[in-house]
Design a binder for this molecule. Structure first.
Ligand SMILES: *Cc1c(COP(=O)(O)O)cnc(C)c1O
Length: 400
């Protein structure tokens, strides 16, 4: 697609936009299910789904239908008023989780920002300002705002932004002894992803989350699960923590919650929610009728149309195929994950594999330099997974 000066989209974006992203050299114009097309009509099978966002795929008739209908009725009125879709979405989230109440916002970072504020305020009211430290995990990712990047356990994301927000401490993921040592009287909360996404698809070891839960209860610290990436069915359960028989005090959601519309949510138990009274926290756009009508339809579909079971089923199949490739190629160090968030760790950078797959018509990406990440729409079929596995086999074979 060219404008009047015959500049390509890439030329224009590279010239006029902040260069905060290293984009793949493709301009996408259309999507349908698990497929997207570029401006030249080339088709790609999407194993990124907008970073675990489009769980029901692209151009989902369900999403488009609700979007059209609600946009004709009411798009936005602010939280000075009640709106029905917001109330119904919060009810459905509460009925299907540990939580009693929901706060809506617009992104994952904002949901975590709300969780951090709530944990601090709760401790402030309950323990008279004695507790304010939040413990986070090394290699975690919680967002890019000042508070959430301060909570993110990756130096490269924090670089250049000093002074960071005070009161965050980091311990290694899966190391209960280090957490035990760090949990002194200054600690008000532990924030963690139950399964790390951006950190390289790192699963909790057996018993780790239960031990974290126990420590938090013993030391009067709140447990915050960041399910922004792994929530909403991605792991084969509605929420990832359900796999481990552990419930948090606060949970954050975003990414797949709106299937592409920007929406986040922070959920907590009743007792904790009371620390956020009128005027204590707010956002103009939080939970507009438009995005919550879509989210409501998405959540209903996940729960009632069998997509979570489907995700478990095809996820296992997919992981089996990736394990076969691991056995075949010595430079594949590990295959891991849950449901449809899968990682393949190489002994070398993954970027060339991502580029080759793109050439072959497959969108995948890479985290932590060496971990290929597979997060397709939850509606992906075994046939489509086979197409990727065959291509990956060829691409990896060429690396030999
Ligand atoms: C993506 C992500 C975030 C940040 O969400 P944004 O919507 O980009 O602000 C936070 N936590 C986790 C675990 C994520 O994967």
């Amino acid at each position: 697609m060219t404008n009047s000066q015959n500049e390509t989209t890439k030329d224009m974006a590279d010239r006029y936009m902040f260069q905060t992203y290293s984009r793949l050299p493709v301009t996408l114009v259309r999507g349908d299910g698990c497929r997207v097309w570029d401006e030249d009509g080339r088709e790609y099978l999407d194993f990124i789904s907008g970073i675990a966002v489009c769980a029901l795929g692209h151009s989902s008739p369900l999403v488009t239908g609700v979007l059209e209908e609600q946009s004709r009725k009411l798009i936005h009125v602010s939280n000075l008023f009640y709106t029905r879709p917001q109330a119904e979405l919060s009810q459905l989230l509460v009925e299907n989780s540990f939580a009693d109440r929901v706060f809506f916002c617009n992104s994952g970072a904002e949901a975590n920002e709300a969780a951090i504020k709530l944990a601090r305020r709760y401790a402030n009211e309950k323990y008279e300002n004695q507790r304010h430290v939040i413990i986070s995990m090394e290699n975690s990712f919680h967002g890019r705002t000042m508070a959430t990047l301060s909570a993110t356990g990756q130096k490269k994301i924090q670089a250049g932004y000093d002074p960071l927000l005070q009161g965050f401490k980091f311990v290694p993921f899966n190391d209960i002894d280090r957490l035990d040592e760090a949990m002194d009287e200054s600690v008000c909360a532990v924030i963690m992803e139950p399964l790390q996404g951006e950190g390289g698809i790192v699963c909790p070891q057996s018993g780790f989350l239960k031990d974290v839960r126990r420590l938090c209860a013993e030391r009067h610290a709140l447990l915050i699960f960041d399910e922004v990436q792994v929530g909403m069915g991605r792991t084969g359960r509605l929420f990832c923590h359900e796999h481990y028989g552990v419930t948090p005090d606060i949970m954050t959601l975003a990414k797949a919650l709106g299937n592409g519309l920007p929406v986040g949510a922070m959920l907590s138990t009743e007792d904790i929610s009371r620390s956020f009274g009128p005027g204590s926290h707010a956002t103009t756009f939080g939970g507009t009728p438009l995005v919550t009508a879509v989210s409501l339809a998405v959540l209903k579909s996940l729960i009632h149309d069998g997509w979570i079971e489907h995700c478990r089923d095809v996820g296992e199949y997919f992981q089996g195929g990736l394990q076969d490739l691991r056995r075949k190629y010595g430079f594949v160090k590990d295959v891991r994950g849950l449901g449809l968030i899968l990682g393949m760790e190489l002994d070398r950078p993954g970027a060339p594999v991502v580029a080759e797959c793109l050439e072959e018509g497959f969108l995948i990406n890479c985290v932590q330099d060496k971990v290929l990440r597979f997060i397709p729409p939850l509606i992906i079929s075994k046939k489509e997974i086979d197409l990727l596995l065959d291509t990956l086999d060829r691409v990896l074979n060429n690396l030999n």
